[in-house]
Ligand binder design. Structure first.
Ligand code: ADP
Ligand code: MG
Ligand code: MG
Length: 926
């Protein structure tokens, strides 16, 4: 028993010298050892991958790790640069690596007395859950399996290893996988058939006998032969080289590419390969495998969290084939191993100073560590970890801020089920709460149909027996994920947590029938397209559609709901936001056009409006009639008369906004869209308007025709309107100043910042500024009041950016309109880009959607040039950004680098922007 004690002793011996000294990659060194001699360490993730670097680090701090070696990511790069060939020195270095394992374990690769088996494990820089496949028990063939059986006196174990090996190798290396028309993995189908042939029912894998397993291996090999047309490889070295090639090959498989695209991982990074001596969790009931977190990654609680399976190898736990037991159970079943794991849990947190997600195997009562990494967590857990670990003095407050992923923060604002509505909804099943939040949707049982339904605009719930990486697209499209099998570390749970999807796992009462496309729960059957609702915080499944309600944070901040304010989630959030205020350099404003939006944004911590679009002020109610009258007017006089009708409306709108702002500044953009957008386009609407305005339909149609533009985005819009019809700007300026006068007299400070859109020439701005100043002078005189205001411009066309020094002589501020700046710099219409951008992303022409994340090297240069030139033209000029990018964390980091004074985004993005701005400031200082 405990055949690998040597391995354990070995890595312990080298332990204890806590070192993270940086070893730089040595030229020509492709293989790094860990074990008795450890070459790498935890800082070497780019070279050794996350798994390899941390295996080395764990060896260094004295944790029990089976010995192994890591083939570097440089080999992956070489492999793809050289038509899938290896550097010539690799083979010798691998042979030396295997020899070292033989020496440390006392076993021999391919030996007929005491065979060494290894695992071959991928390991990218960032862990990519389920994307790359691991092969266990490599080195077995018809001869070594007998040797293993004899040596251990445990033939069942030996044959269990062998059938696992043939299955994994067949799948991963030889590509024997599910065909498009199949709902099950072919190997699983073979297993099921054998169980039914021999036992006439589904039995647990652990009940299969030696004879069953022998038969399975035969059938597996026959399946391989049938599908790939050649024999299963016998030589351990052939097996090893095949497996290494498969790991490198999998770096470019569809699943990995989809995942990298979603998380913006460059394909140049490559993966490492780890070859490691096997330890066995499947030798009997004193053995097992598990996955654990040092704290609860779903809700953040400080508790040992995880699960294990007795008499199993690690793949069983992650694959969700059997539903594992919670680690707390180990305390009863294997108290010594449990205590050892508790000790390891604490060592890990003290050393890595972050919550760890680790994988272990127990072989005959002895614990081995197989992996550790920073645990993926929900936004809720991230928040609690950061605040708690700060209290525990494991991390400082700045680290605590950095520990909250800005692009996940919105999860905390996501709705929960409406208390009243959910009280009436029938709970039909319970499962594990794997991804918090509330989701209601129409059920779909496979990824393709889920995606199609989501594209039709349906809210979708993906329901599967268990998920696998092929389901990723469906999971992305779904509101939530429900699985019948699998635990909190199953594929579904991991991916859901990372994507912030609501997820309930292992709801055993849910029977999924892929053929009939139905889900049956205690006698009730739901067809595809029917509604189910899941609560991923509580692990409950409800029949039908359940209404959702605001999260505690939203209820507390926006509605002042007292009970919500007392929740820990709310208080932790406030703490985080306070730290953000301490750390940030840039201010966060909001894009808001109504008092209500403004109030919400301020409650979230915005300090002003960065963009108030005035378009809607022309649309509401019967204002549109006056607007249309203005557009149809033949003379300036008639136009002014129509505008006079609009003035009081706009004045009231501005007054409401100024009041809501309570003294914060408001950047107000003057009319921007082309006029034809305001005219009626259907014959009925045109006839209607003709009647109202007492003109002929032909007059209206004529004007519509006249205003038609081939390219409205580049047409008569922006400041071009105010220049063509100065009376429009005059009316808007007057409305702003009259409102300012009214609100200022109420005792509220008012700071309007009037913004002229689409300026490309200084002279355009000058003409408009004159109109604004004139209105200001008039209103101040009429109302006997002194108002302070700024006039500036939006920088949103390349010429404006390039001549920013000239423009800054007139403009008191710039706000980057990065939506139009992106459209005009790329010559790409955002609204038309849907037809080709997805392919551009696929071909990696663009790394990210340039309308979501600023194109730093192109559009970003225009921003930098305009900022530099703007400051030259007017020292200290105020600079902000008001495009969509103002709420995007990656773009915010860029704006920090450029030194903008503020970013502006929609009200619900304000917390995200505050966090991203704080993090950007902290990283800039670091
Ligand atoms: P993934 O990247 O998908 O997590 P891993 O390389 O971590 O894949 O392998 C999956 C599981 O296989 C591990 O959790 C572990 O239980 C098992 N495993 C890997 N290597 C070994 C080994 N040398 N001995 C025993 N089990 C192993
Ligand atoms: Mg793993
Ligand atoms: Mg614009």
């Amino acid at each position: 028993m405990a055949k690998t004690k040597a391995a354990r002793g070995v890595s312990k011996k080298s332990g204890g010298k806590k070192t993270t000294a940086k070893a730089s990659p040595k030229a020509g060194k492709y293989v790094y050892w860990f074990g008795r001699k450890t070459d790498g360490n935890g800082t070497m993730k780019p070279l050794l991958g996350g798994k390899g670097a941390n295996l080395a680090e764990m060896c260094r701090i004295g944790l029990p790790v089976p010995p192994g070696f890591t083939i570097t990511t440089e080999v992956c790069t070489y492999y793809y640069a050289n038509k899938r060939a290896y550097p010539s020195a690799l083979k010798t270095q691998m042979q030396a690596g295997v020899a070292a394992l033989e020496q440390q374990t006392g076993k021999k690769f391919g030996d007929l007395k005491n065979p060494l088996l290894v695992s071959v494990r991928s390991g990218a820089r960032d862990s990519m859950p389920g994307m790359m496949d691991t092969i266990l028990n490599l080195g077995l063939n018809d001869d070594t399996v007998e040797a293993l059986a004899r040596k251990t006196g445990n033939p069942r174990f030996a044959w269990d290893c062998y059938r696992r090996f043939v299955q994994m190798y067949g799948d991963v290396v030889l590509g024997v996988q599910k065909r498009p028309d199949e709902d099950h993995e072919p190997f699983e189908t073979v297993i099921e058939k054998l169980k039914h042939d021999r036992y006439h029912q589904d039995i647990e894998d652990t009940r299969l006998t030696v004879d069953d397993l022998r038969e399975l291996v035969l059938r597996f090999k026959a399946l391989v032969k049938e599908r790939v047309g050649r024999e299963f490889p016998k030589s351990p070295w052939d097996q090893l080289m095949g497996a290494v090639g498969a790991v490198f090959g999998s770096w470019m498989n569809d699943r990995a590419i989809v995942y990298r695209r979603k998380y913006n991982i460059p394909s140049e990074w490559g993966t490492a390969v780890n070859v490691q001596a096997m330890v066995y969790g499947n030798t009997g009931d004193e053995s097992g495998s598990g996955v654990a977190f040092t704290r609860n990654p779903a809700n953040g609680a400080k508790e040992f969290y995880g699960e294990f399976l007795i008499n199993a190898q690690g793949e069983d736990v992650v694959a969700g084939v059997r539903t594992p037991e919670p680690v707390a159970e180990l305390k009863k079943q294997m108290p010594k191993a449990y205590n050892e794991l508790e000790r390891i849990r604490q060592t890990l947190e003290r050393h890595f100073k972050d919550v760890q997600d680790f994988e272990f195997t127990i072989e005959d009562g002895v614990v081995y560590m197989l992996q550790t990494r920073n645990g993926k967590r929900t936004a809720m857990a991230a928040l609690k970890f950061s605040v708690d670990m700060h209290k525990e003095k494991l991390i400082d407050w700045k680290t605590a801020v950095m520990r909250n992923p800005a692009d996940q923060l919105e999860q905390l604002l996501a709705p929960v089920f409406d208390t009243a509505d959910v009280a009436n909804a029938p709970v039909i099943a319970t499962g594990l709460p794997a991804g918090p939040g509330a989701a209601s949707g129409r059920i779909y049982l496979n990824a393709d149909r889920a995606v199609t339904a989501a594209e039709r605009g349906e809210k979708v719930l993906l329901v599967r027996v268990e998920t696998s990486p092929e389901d990723l697209r469906g999971m992305i499209a779904a509101e939530g994920i429900l699985t019948a099998r699998g635990g909190v570390s199953s594929h579904a749970a991991l991916v859901a947590r990372q994507m912030g999807k609501v997820c309930v796992c292992g709801a055993a009462a849910v029977e999924v029938d892929y053929q009939a496309r139905t889900v049956t729960v205690v006698g009730r059957t739901f067809k595809e397209g029917d509604w189910l609702s899941i609560d991923g915080t509580a692990g409950k499944v409800y029949a039908g559609q359940v209404k959702t309600a605001a999260s505690e944070i939203v209820a507390g901040m926006l509605e002042g709901h007292e009970a919500s304010k007392r929740t820990e989630k709310f208080r932790n959030f406030q703490q985080l936001m306070k730290w953000c205020s301490d750390a940030t350099r840039m201010a966060v404003r909001t894009n808001a056009d109504t008092p209500e939006q403004t109030e919400n944004a301020i409650a979230f911590g915005a300090v002003g409006i960065g963009l108030c679009r005035t378009e809607h002020m022309f649309f509401e109610g019967d204002r549109i009639d006056a607007m249309r009258e203005m557009i149809l007017a033949e003379t300036t006089e008639a136009r002014k008369a129509a505008l006079a009708k609009l003035l009081p409306y706009q004045r009231d709108d501005f007054a409401g906004i100024f009041r809501a702002l309570k003294g914060y500044p408001a950047t107000i953009r003057f009319l921007d869209p082309p006029l034809h957008e305001f005219l009626p386009h259907t014959p009925e609407q045109q006839a209607d308007l003709a009647k109202k305005l007492k003109v002929t339909v032909e007059t209206i149609q004529g004007r519509v025709h006249q205003l038609h533009e081939f390219n409205p985005m580049l047409g008569f819009r922006g400041c071009r309107l105010g220049i063509g019809y100065p009376e429009i700007s005059e009316m808007q300026a007057r409305a702003v100043f009259e409102a300012a006068a009214i609100v200022q007299k109420e005792g509220i400070k008012v700071r309007p910042e009037i913004m002229i859109p689409l300026v490309a020439f200084k002279r355009e701005l000058d003409l408009q500024i004159e109109v604004v100043h004139e209105a200001a002078r008039a209103v101040q005189a009429e109302r006997k009041i002194k108002l302070s205001y700024l006039v500036g411009t939006m920088i949103e066309v390349p010429r404006g950016a390039l001549t920013a020094d000239e423009i800054a002589q007139s403009a008191e501020f710039f706000s980057f309109g990065t939506n139009d700046l992106t459209q005009t710099a790329l010559g790409m219409s955002r609204d038309d880009s849907g037809s080709f951008l997805p392919q551009y992303a696929e071909l990696e022409i663009v790394k990210k959607n340039p309308f979501a994340t600023i194109d730093q090297s192109g559009v970003g240069q225009l921003v930098e040039i305009a900022a530099t030139k703007g400051r030259a033209g007017r020292p200290g000029i105020k600079l902000g950004i008001c495009g969509e990018h103002g709420g995007d964390p990656a773009s915010i980091h860029f704006f920090e680098k450029v030194g903008l004074d503020y970013v502006s985004c929609s009200p619900y993005r304000v917390p995200v922007a505050r966090l991203a701005a704080a993090q950007a400031a902290l990283s800039a200082k670091a």
